[in-house]
Design a protein around this ligand. Structure first.
Ligand code: HEC
Length: 152
């Protein structure tokens, strides 16, 4: 297990359901080196309706998360991160920012599969964090797929 992932797990355990992050700080969930430490994309560049009409590439942090993400109807393990890189251009150049889902501790948000949501700018600075109602209300349509919506 990577040090970063261990730290993330430890901080999630220590802080429990109080894990929360102030805006205007770098994301504690998304590491700077995610391009090398995360798995290769689970979904390649596609245009999305509902994310400001941006194009996204989807990546996850661990092999376990990758396996669960790619298998339909399989919940992702605690500590999983599902990351959408968001681009202004249809061909996924010109990074605009990120949205992500982090599988927090059991009970973090029991009604919505314990996902912890974040929206970041292109420098990984947190714009929105936590049990974000707008994200949940739309992704709940994909609850049979553990709230992940991107089709193969
Ligand atoms: C209006 C509906 C809607 C809203 C609001 C919305 N999403 Fe999404 N999101 C989608 C859809 C649909 C997809 C899949 C799009 C595709 O691949 O075609 C998606 C994809 C994603 C993905 C890629 C993983 C996956 O399979 O779902 C992440 C991560 C994500 N959204 C995070 C967020 C976050 C964080 C927010 C809130 C800041 C948010 N979304 C708000 C509809 C929405």
């Amino acid at each position: 297990m990577g040090t970063r992932r261990l730290l993330l797990l430890l901080s999630a355990l220590l802080l429990g359901s109080c894990f929360q992050q102030d805006s205007n700080r770098s994301s504690q969930i998304l590491p700077l080196d995610y391009q090398t430490s995360y798995q290769p994309p689970v979904r390649t560049c596609r245009l999305v309706v509902g994310h400001n009409s941006r194009s996204i590439v989807v990546r996850v942090n661990t092999p376990e998360a990758q396996q669960a993400y790619l298998a339909a109807n399989s919940p992702l393990p605690q500590g999983s991160v599902v990351l959408a890189e968001e681009y202004n251009k249809a061909d996924c150049t010109n990074l605009a920012g990120y949205t992500l889902m982090f599988k927090d501790v059991p009970g973090y948000d029991a009604a919505a599969a314990d996902w912890h949501w974040q929206r970041l700018d292109d420098q990984r600075v947190v714009l929105e964090d936590g049990r974000i109602e707008s994200c949940i209300s739309c992704h709940t349509q994909c609850n049979l797929n553990d709230y992940t919506c991107s089709p193969p």
